[in-house]
Write a protein that binds this ligand. Structure first.
Ligand SMILES: Nc1ncnc2c1ncn2[C@@H]1O[C@H](COP(=O)(O)OP(=O)(O)O)[C@@H](O)[C@H]1O
Ligand SMILES: [Mg+2]
Length: 240
């Protein structure tokens, strides 16, 4: 299967501190990856490097074989993400938010804009709420609008940094259903950081574990947890 993203020997130092230490891994198309590690391990930093929000000190990131630093436009158009919780103009409706952002995407033909927006609203279960102002949305609905927003450019991979934070069980269930649906219909890959290990265990094909800026485990979810074990226990054994 083709790699959608490659992290090659990435190091990030801030001041004298090594935040990410010569890290490499590959992500394949259409797979759901969980990214776990203690607070301060470097998850957000690495996700920001992967989406081109910040520069690595050394190493390269390739998205669909395009270099994020030197072929930025091609690379970035293939990835979407919610790295910080999405911030919207709350006085706009969900549909207006998507319409405005859609204009920033040169690849979307204006004749297809409205159709695409309707499709996205339906995908994230907001088709009945598109005319309501964002300030009337629950956190889960804002999160789903964020996903619709990051889908606008037609990415092949979505990076979600702690998307379940603050969601209730229903919100988490809706998010999980959307992720599964998008993998199914668009062959979209996901790279999701979370502290909710039971949630990740249900969701992810593979897990990547980071500690102090170093990847200490990567592999199939079923290979990290022994028979009947909870991911939480396997994770504790790994990081201690
Ligand atoms: N802009 C910054 N300046 C200084 N230190 C930073 C900066 N960003 C992150 N760090 C440090 O890098 C480490 C990793 O942070 P982060 O990537 O946010 O971890 P995680 O998301 O896994 O909790 C932490 O020790 C944090 O304090
Ligand atoms: Mg973080």
């Amino acid at each position: 299967m083709a790699n959608i993203l490659e992290v090659n020997q990435i190091t990030k130092t801030i001041g004298k501190r090594v935040i990410i230490d010569e890290t490499s891994f590959q992500l394949e198309e259409g797979k759901i990856y969980g990214f776990i590690g203690p607070n301060g391990a470097g998850k957000t930093t690495l996700m920001r490097i992967m989406t081109g929000l910040i520069k690595p000190t050394s190493g390269e990131v390739r998205i669909d074989s395009y270099n994020v630093q030197t072929q930025r436009q091609q690379a970035i158009s293939r990835v979407g993400g919610i790295i910080e919780s999405p911030i919207f103009f709350e006085y706009m409706t969900g549909r207006q938010v998507l319409r405005n952002l859609s204009r920033l995407h040169p690849t979307i033909k204006s004749s297809q804009r409205e159709e695409q927006i309707e499709k996205l609203l339906t995908t994230v279960g907001l088709e009945k709420r598109g005319e309501d102002k964002v300030r009337t949305y629950s956190l889960g609905m804002k999160q789903r609008l964020g996903i619709a927003q990051s889908m606008l450019g037609g990415p092949k991979l979505l990076l979600l940094d702690e998307p379940s934070n603050g969601l209730d069980p229903i919100g988490m269930r809706e998010l999980r259903d959307i992720i599964f649906k998008l993998r199914e219909t668009e062959n979209l890959a996901f790279f999701i950081s979370s502290h909710l290990l039971d949630e990740l265990q249900q969701l992810c094909d593979e897990l990547i574990v980071i500690r102090e800026g170093t990847i200490i485990w990567k592999g199939l979810t079923e290979n990290i947890v022994k028979d009947g074990q909870r991911l939480e226990d396997a994770f504790m054994e790994l990081v201690q």
